[in-house]
Write a protein that binds this ligand. Structure first.
Ligand code: UGA
Length: 443
């Protein structure tokens, strides 16, 4: 059994800590936010993530999972330290490493025996070596020659299915430099090794690059199908049939070929920006990544234009009421970071439209996100409250409960017959049959 401390109980840290405990390791999750640790110690979960509560409860009860604010005690008592602190974007789009650096230095200030330091946060290529240097500097100041290794072990967790992604990964990527740390990493992930999960062992830089390359490619794939969808609309093709057939080619694959209002979230926007910046730092122009970033922004703006031109027969957007279903950047999360809903709602409000918004999980975040347009926003109680007397209905997030709306009731509730299905979750004929005007993406 390995003793692990996970530093940072944000999204990645908490999911990783709980799942590592579920693999049979002894895990202590550390955070300097005492409020968060209090919540976790009470057995509550500070984030919305399906299944996480059960896994936290199970492992806390079994005595394998603990929470603390005491950094020094937890770091010295555990010989494997996962760094899972935030790497927010700096002004130039690069990842801000301030928290990683602070943690690395503090580790160097307190460790007393051999330690493996694992980078779990998404960090620019070269960071693991910097972490090594920061820890070494502190040890030199202390005049201590304590051995330690740095390992890069990027996460590939999707919000909403993070527990499943951690416990049943497509692959585990480990960047390391020697046998000693390799053996420990293998013990930590023993249950996955036994499950025959593919393990990709490589050097530190490759592991760091794999994370950015994966996220950039997925962002590019979505953006590609969004552009194809836009063209499909013009030429009379149906993007869903196109994506289905294209995706059947095993070299392409069917996942992440669903067009929509543009990707959002805390990862793709941030990581594509950081990737482009890493390219610049090394004198490489990553033109596809840069174009992806631009095209994704255009896609969001295009949605505002789509709604405006779609309703054109009834004049401008000024004074119109629009029901927005879905504010989170995707389903099964309460997260609105970089959600297309933000830019789209702001754009509609700036054109004088009144908004009636509803999301099954993100209403709390929407309250402060929409502070600047609050005079234009009504926070609804459910989907039908949002739709009542609205002139148009716009679906922005493909929550399951939006896939099965009571269509005749919607027809009665809407003042004008506009139905914008910006996630392609309905069929044209089922909407047109009840007398509504249907708009989708790419069909
Ligand atoms: C993403 C990656 O999928 C994870 O593998 C990665 O670990 C994570 O970032 C991270 O870096 O931590 P996540 O941001 O949770 O995960 O969400 P995704 O499910 O990838 O969706 C991202 C955005 O793309 C959402 O706005 C979603 O609606 C959009 N999307 C996704 C599409 O518009 N079309 C698709 O076909 C797929």
């Amino acid at each position: 059994m390995i003793n692990i401390a996970v530093i940072g109980t944000g999204y990645v840290g908490l999911v990783s800590g709980a799942c590592l405990a579920d693999f049979g390791n002894m895990v202590t999750c550390i955070d300097n936010n005492s409020e968060k640790i209090d919540i976790l110690q009470r057995g509550e979960i500070p984030i919305y993530e399906p299944g996480l509560d059960l896994i936290v409860e199970r492992n806390t009860k079994a005595g394998r999972l603990h929470f603390t604010t005491d950094f020094e005690a937890a770091v010295t008592a555990n010989n494997v330290l996962f760094i899972a602190v935030g790497t927010p974007p700096a002004d130039d789009g690069s990842a801000d490493l301030r928290y990683v650096k602070e943690v690395a230095r503090k580790i160097g200030q307190v460790i007393e025996s051999y330690t493996v330091v694992v980078d779990k946060s998404t960090v620019p290529v070269g960071t693991a070596r910097k972490v090594y240097g920061w820890i070494k500097d502190e040890l030199l100041i202390r005049g201590k020659d304590i051995p330690f290794d740095v390992v890069s072990n990027p996460e590939f967790l999707r919000e909403g299915s993070a527990v499943q992604d951690f416990t049943h990964p497509d692959r585990v990527v480990i960047g390391l430099e020697n046998e000693r740390s390799r053996k420990i990493m293998k013990d930590i992930y023993r249950s996955l090794y036994l499950n025959e999960t593919p393990f990709i062992e490589t050097n530190l830089e490759s592991a760091e690059m794999i994370k950015y390359a994966s996220n950039s490619f997925l962002a590019l794939k979505i953006t590609f199908i969004n552009e194809i969808a836009n063209l499909c609309e013009k030429v009379g093709a149906n993007v869903q049939d196109v994506a289905k057939a294209v995706g059947r080619d095993g070299r392409i694959g069917s996942k992440f070929l669903h067009p929509g209002p543009g990707y959002g979230g805390s990862c793709f926007p941030k990581d594509t920006q950081a990737m482009a910046q890493i390219g610049k730092d090394y004198g490489e122009h990553l033109s596809l990544v840069e174009t992806t970033i631009e095209a994704n922004k255009r896609q969001k703006i295009r949605m505002i234009e789509k709604i405006e031109s779609g309703m054109g027969r009834h004049g401008s957007l000024s004074g119109k009421t629009i029901a927005i279903l879905g504010l989170a950047f995707k389903q099964n999360t309460d997260d609105m970071r970089e959600s297309p809903a933000i830019l789209i709602c702001e754009g509609l409000a700036s054109k004088g439209a009144k908004l009636k918004v509803w999301d099954p999980a993100a209403m709390k975040e929407a309250l402060w996100r929409f502070e600047s347009i609050k005079d234009y926003v009504y926070f609804a109680r459910d989907e039908y409250d949002a739709i009542e007397n609205a002139d148009a209905l716009v679906i922005l997030t493909p929550w399951n409960q939006f896939r099965n709306l009571d269509l005749p009731r919607i027809k009665k509730l809407l003042a004008l017959p506009y139905f914008f299905d910006l996630r392609n979750i309905y069929k044209r004929n089922e909407i047109e049959e009840i007398g509504l005007i249907y708009f989708a993406i790419g069909k």
